[in-house]
Write a new protein. Sequence first.
Length: 90
Amino acid sequence: MSEPTQKYSISMPRDVAEAARARSGPSGLSAYVTAAVARQIERDNLAELIAVAEAEIGPITAEEIREKGDLLVRAHQAEPAGTEDKRSAA
């Protein structure tokens, strides 16, 4: 069952709207814009979480970011085949 939807009127520069329409594909402009807004909300929530964590433990260094990135790459490389499909289906 889908979430209920509501119609909204938004304004954006014509070139942005046309580029979005051109890229929206068969799912349509509304689905494309909805996905973009959902991603932005996730990023905003993550930024808020990082700000809270940094307020508690101090700023995250570039070295810590690099170390965690390397750890994620190694973990991803060690995953059994097909694990990515199961995760993205959830």
